[in-house]
Design a protein around this ligand. Structure first.
Ligand code: C2E
Ligand code: MG
Ligand code: MG
Ligand code: MG
Length: 278
């Protein structure tokens, strides 16, 4: 395309843009190697009951330790994977590792896995999920797939079909980063979500910012009316937790309880521990 636009077309890219594009390509190349060298692995963060601190579930979060680039944030490399098609291979590895962990951790009620739009729109996605569930002899009701609004944008109708199909076998769905997109409410009406996750940005301001308080309150009310469960992400302080407890938010997740940790660490601290001992 750039070529057909003439040789002056590079002028449309500011130097910073060019650097960004180069950086993307660099990350993409390292990811390609990293995928065959098994540099990607999963961490797990507990999701707990706000009153009893009982374990409700966990979220699987991908990590990348690159020998050349160091520890790279998924906020950086997941978008690169999505733009380059590498998300299919990466997404399959994530699904396999997370499901093996869930199968090997019977004390964990359920596990949430982040799914990119590119994955859900891929024709063999359902078959792949069914295969991993069968391979691990998993109870599908223990799986929750987290989707963001942006990931659904491409083809809402198709996303809805995939969701319906997987729901018939028992998989459940969460709408991630709720409130940060443009059309959250219409998504809730049109798609069958079991959970809605309140984005960090609202939890963060909940003590001093009355707007954030009102938004959280509104999401909780909406949950009661429309019948979804609300999980508050990014709970870091006791004050934030107390606000959520007072408003009846049952499900919470954040550094106050634990950072995302390795599978072994998770089992030691969250499966083989006495209750109420956070
Ligand atoms: P997300 O799905 O909304 O994940 C929550 C993010 O919040 C995670 O960042 C988690 O480590 C972080 N977090 C948890 N508790 C706290 C807290 O108390 N305070 C703060 N400030 N942050 C907290 P992480 O692991 O860096 O992941 C960033 C994003 O990358 C995720 O946002 C998700 O969109 C994407 N991602 C991560 N793992 C995967 C994956 O396996 N597959 C896909 N497709 N995307 C992933
Ligand atoms: Mg998530
Ligand atoms: Mg989120
Ligand atoms: Mg996010």
């Amino acid at each position: 395309e750039a070529k057909s636009a003439g040789k002056d077309s590079y002028r449309f890219f500011a130097p910073e843009m060019e650097e960004m594009v180069l950086n993307q390509v660099r990350i993409e190349n390292h990811m390609r190697m990293g995928l065959s060298n098994n540099e990607f692995y999963m961490h797990y963060q507990p999701i707990v009951h706000s009153q009893t601190f009982e374990l409700i579930g966990a979220e699987a979060l991908v990590r990348w330790n690159s020998p050349d680039l160091g520890q790279v944030s998924p906020a950086v490399f997941v978008p690169v994977a999505e733009n380059s098609g590498l998300i299919w291979l990466l997404g399959e590895k994530i699904m396999e590792e997370a499901c093996a962990f869930l199968a090997a951790t019977p004390g964990l009620p359920q596990l949430s896995i982040n799914i990119s739009g590119e994955q859900i729109h891929r024709p063999n996605f359902i078959a792949f999920v069914e295969k991993v569930i069968a391979d691990n002899a998993l109870e599908p009701g223990r799986l929750v797939f987290e989707l963001t609004e942006t990931s659904l944008l491409a083809d809402l109708k198709q996303a809805a079909e995939v969701m319906q199909r997987l729901r018939t076998i028992g998989v459940r769905f969460a709408l991630d980063d709720f409130g940060t997109g443009y059309s959250s409410l219409s998504y809730l009406k049109r798609l069958p979500f079991d959970y809605v996750k309140i984005d960090h940005s609202f939890t963060r301001g909940v003590i001093e910012n009355t707007d954030d308080q009102a938004i959280i309150q509104a999401i909780l009310s909406l949950g009661e009316v429309l019948g979804f469960m609300v999980t508050a992400e990014g709970v870091e302080t006791l004050e934030q937790l107390e606000f959520l407890q007072d408003r009846g938010c049952i499900s919470v997740q954040g550094y106050y309880f634990s950072k995302p940790v390795s599978a072994d660490n998770f089992r030691q601290n969250w499966i083989h521990r006495p209750a109420n001992n956070v």
